[in-house]
Design a protein around this ligand. Structure first.
Ligand code: SAH
Length: 386
């Protein structure tokens, strides 16, 4: 029988509305247990559900189920099976994509990405970490991977009182894994690359940018060139700009892997590069702007918006008439409304009419939970400058 936690009326109401987190301030009686799965009751003793318990974190409880049941191997296998079934229906045209996206798959604080025959996993809460064995067993059973790697070198593990590190959980995972994404192939770096080895949340947006590409193309904040590769499927020249030398070395390797001689990696600060291109009178048929999160905290939103606006304004200025801008923000503190308003203001300052072609978001294998605002972090738009 699991131990019991009691939560405030406010916490219970939040849960009922579909947000799976209970913060420490809403825990009126912590369970006597170490981290793991616990029963949750309201202040007046009514059963609320089963949750993962994190004694050290400010997010104390993460809802698993409203059913009173044991959280065992069969539970994890069923949830992982449901996550896999959803991806089977999506049938991503790629060999690298997200298999488990945390809360939105009913698997709070668990991330599982597939890179061909390998899985990269993140167990991001103390409660979840207690079920490492059951989860690895379920993943091996369901996907029969050649190797499973834990990318636990992330700051959120500190808040949970968990150690950081990169460690094999099963078999071996190579330093680089060649994967396919639609018409292109690229090398993911599961051990050292950003996130779990690539930015999988942009997969569908990269394919879309490729469809719109032609003539002269520019990939700003290119990382290992993943947008640039798709742009190169239809463009004559592609410039890929990033400030990271090692990322651009992989961009060059990825270009070679696809036989794309028309991609030129340039190591530069995007802000300075765009200013110089504008001054030099360079013009492009399509520009991608995919910066890192400028607003990592809420109090950084105003300065982040200024950064986003500047880069989008400059990108709009160097577009040929009819050229496309594919632009993104992965700061969840910058919401859809703020993102759109920032683009309106950039277009106004660019002094040319700009069409809003379509709204974009994170790939469908990274589902959002409607009741969890934080889960919709990636905003995007495709604009056309007239
Ligand atoms: N578009 C990529 C992901 C980009 S991540 C993809 O789909 O895979 C953001 C990138 O921006 C990182 O590679 C980082 O090195 C780079 N970066 C951050 N600040 C920069 C700046 N001011 N100028 C150029 N690159 C920058």
């Amino acid at each position: 029988m699991a131990e019991t936690a009691r939560i405030s009326r406010r916490g219970a109401a939040r849960w009922m509305q579909g947000h799976p987190w209970i913060y420490r301030s809403d825990v009126v009686q912590p369970p006597p247990a170490v981290a793991g799965a616990v029963r949750v009751e309201s202040e007046d003793g009514r059963f609320q559900g089963m949750a993962l318990w994190s004694p050290r974190s400010t997010i104390s409880l993460r809802m698993l189920t409203r059913e009173e049941r044991s959280i065992d191997g069969a539970f994890w296998a069923a949830r992982i099976g449901a996550a896999a079934a959803y991806r089977e229906r999506l049938a991503p045209d790629a060999t690298a994509y997200r298999l488990v996206h945390g809360e939105a798959d009913g698997l709070p604080s668990l991330v599982v990405d597939r890179y061909d025959r390998y899985l990269v996993v993140q167990l991001l809460s103390a409660g979840l970490e207690r079920f490492r064995g059951e989860i690895v067993d379920a993943l091996r059973e369901r996907f029969e991977p050649a190797g499973i790697l834990a990318r636990h070198d992330v700051a959120v593990r500190d808040f949970e009182g968990l150690p950081r590190g990169v460690e094999p959980l099963y078999g071996t995972v190579p330093e680089q894994v060649a994967v396919r994404e639609g018409a292109v192939r690229y090398l993911a770096a599961p051990h050292h690359g950003q996130k779990t080895g690539a930015f999988l949340d942009q997969r569908e947006n990269r394919v879309r940018a490729g469809e719109l590409s032609r003539g002269r193309a520019l990939d700003c904040f290119a990382y290992h060139g993943s947008f640039a590769l798709h742009l190169a499927t239809r463009a004559e020249r592609v410039v890929a700009v990033d400030s990271s030398g090692p990322a651009l070395e992989r961009a060059a390797a990825n270009a070679a892997l696809n036989g794309f001689a028309q991609i030129t990696p340039i190591e530069a600060n995007v802000f300075e590069f765009l200013r110089a291109e504008e001054a030099a009178g360079s013009r492009y048929d399509i520009v991608v702007v995919d910066p890192p999160a400028f607003a990592k905290r809420r109090d950084a939103v105003a300065s982040a918006i200024r950064g986003y606006k500047e880069v989008n304004l400059r990108a709009l200025r160097i577009l040929e008439p009819g050229g496309y801008l594919c632009t993104f923000s992965c700061s969840y503190h910058v919401d859809h409304a703020a993102f759109r308003e920032m683009l309106r203001s950039a277009a106004a300052d660019a002094g040319r009419p700009v069409r809003w072609i379509e709204a974009r978001g994170q790939a469908l294998d990274h589902p959002e939970l409607l009741q969890v605002a934080e889960s919709a972090y990636l905003k995007g738009a495709i604009l056309q400058a007239l």
